[in-house]
Design a protein around this ligand. Sequence first.
Ligand code: UT7
Length: 317
Amino acid sequence: MSFNVLGSGSYVPPKIVTNEELSRQMDTSDEWIASRTGIRQRHICTTETASDLAIEAAKRALESANTDPKELDLILCATVSGEVICPSLTCLVQAGIGATCPAMDINAACSAFLYMLATANGFFCAGMEKILVVGTEQMSRVLDWTDRSTAVLFGDGAGALVLGKGENFLGYYLHAQGDKDILYIPTQNYNSPWCQRENEKPAVSMKGQGTFRYAVNAMVRDIRQLLEEKGIREEELDWVIPHQANRRIIDAAARRFPNIPNERFYCNIDRYGNTSSASIPMALDELARSGQLKRGDLVALAAFGGGLSDGAVLLRW
Ligand code: UT7
């Protein structure tokens, strides 16, 4: 017993920030951003929060799955940029969509959507029948908008899937390698009179090239490992949906799979930037709604990010 995907949804805030607009605020250019990353624009929250994005994406997924929120057995949300630590962001989503089931957050940074699918699979094995999974990020609230090396890379958005018991989750491979030097987002102490640690800037810091190398190697290793374990050949894959962090990372990984045509590696980073845990479900929803991703397609998902963490998932859509 595993699960089938019953429906998908996604949502981005309406405000678009182009590379040109960023170039007016910091020492950067459309040419630098587009050629180094493939990003042309990103959606950024103005009045919305990560839970607002999640609620809208969840409602759209429930509608496409023709599922009443009261039918859900569990909701899981992934985020590193939620506006709350307590209650969990997922509890806000539960209230926002009118569900009554248990709800909890999962944090595995940009890899979290895959960790969440594997977690959901465990709950299906334990007898659950319907689970909502959401990746949601308001990365704009954890960026230092004076730091051009990170600010230009990320965007806000949410993606959601409704899962029902079935047989189409074919396997996963998860990996972590604890390291806070390469990618780091601290929180701040409030006002403990005893705390002797200095508050750190509560914003993303990243060693770009270290992350780049880790990302390409991890993505290639994880997909290969999973295909080998399941006895599936590269050319049988209809789609590879990688975490959208950098067009050059996706291209570099694609070159290492000579039997998978390049166009099967889906990339929409030009319009959204890196939306961390939301990027894979947003891409799945976009592909499904455009009719390109069809029922029965064999799909590999691959993600990497803070942790460091990474993983791959194999499923039939
Ligand atoms: O989901 C989380 C995972 N994150 C990632 O996967 C990110 C992985 N890393 C990357 O995508 C790339 O390493 C970056 C896009 C972050 C950077 O690209 P790069 O080709 O590795 O550039 P770099 O860091 O080596 O910087 C090259 C130059 C530097 O100037 P100098 O020292 O050569 O004079 C930077 O100061 O580009 C400069 N630079 C910029 N210039 C214009 C850095 N950011 C910018 C900018 N605009 N926004």
